[in-house]
Ligand binder design. Structure first.
Ligand SMILES: [Ca+2]
Ligand SMILES: [Ca+2]
Length: 194
């Protein structure tokens, strides 16, 4: 677990996604309950009935993701991932990603990326469009206008739709890139903190 020094820009982005997406109840730590809150949001967006098949599958996926995250990042094993633990895990992960392109993300992160694409593509046509993106990130507390301008940056140079292949590339770019103009910086609902 040799860490790589993250740049200030990478740190900001990594903490932004902690605050926006993972710490769903915004109490400063990631716990199982944050994933449960996230499932409620996904179910409400997709109109999945509580305790229906989709709900149960999502719950299973999220609990696997939480176990994976905890295994990598909960260094003191108190069932909470703090911001310090989160940054420590990412410094190790970003080091692996930039030096060994084949190694890629740990499995829990790949599962989360797959799952996020699925929940973001509400219509299920294999692409994320502006309205789907806006629906998801307003549910996570970002205002609509910000979501819309952020999506325009994310989708720059495309026909306004993000494919799964594109999404995977952008996901990696979000965590690794130091280029302030990289499209991937705009993957999670709002531009990176200044
Ligand atoms: Ca939390
Ligand atoms: Ca911990």
């Amino acid at each position: 677990m040799a860490g790589t020094a993250l740049t200030d820009f990478q740190k900001k982005k990594i903490l932004d996604v902690f605050n926006t997406l993972y710490d769903t109840n915004k109490d400063g730590v990631i716990e199982l309950t944050d994933f449960e809150e996230a499932i409620k949001k996904f179910c409400s967006i997709h109109k999945w009935p509580k305790d229906g098949d989709k709900y149960i599958a999502a719950k299973h996926t999220m609990s696997t993701i939480w176990d994976g995250l905890r295994g990598f990042a909960d260094y003191d094993e108190d069932n909470k991932v703090t911001k310090d633990e989160w940054l420590k895990m990412w410094s190790s992960c970003v080091g692996d990603l930039s030096t060994d392109g084949d190694k890629g993300f740990p499995d829990w992160q790949k599962n989360y990326m797959e799952f996020m694409f699925t929940v973001n593509d509400t219509s299920g046509d294999g692409f994320i469009d502006k309205s789907e993106y806006t629906t998801l990130y307003t549910a996570f507390g970002i205002d609509k206008a910000t979501c819309e301008t952020t999506f325009d940056r994310l989708a720059q140079g495309t026909n306004g739709k993000i494919s799964k292949e594109d999404f995977k590339t952008l996901w990696k770019e979000y965590f690794v890139s130091n280029d302030r103009n990289a499209r991937g910086n705009f993957l999670f609902g709002k531009p990176p903190s200044a």
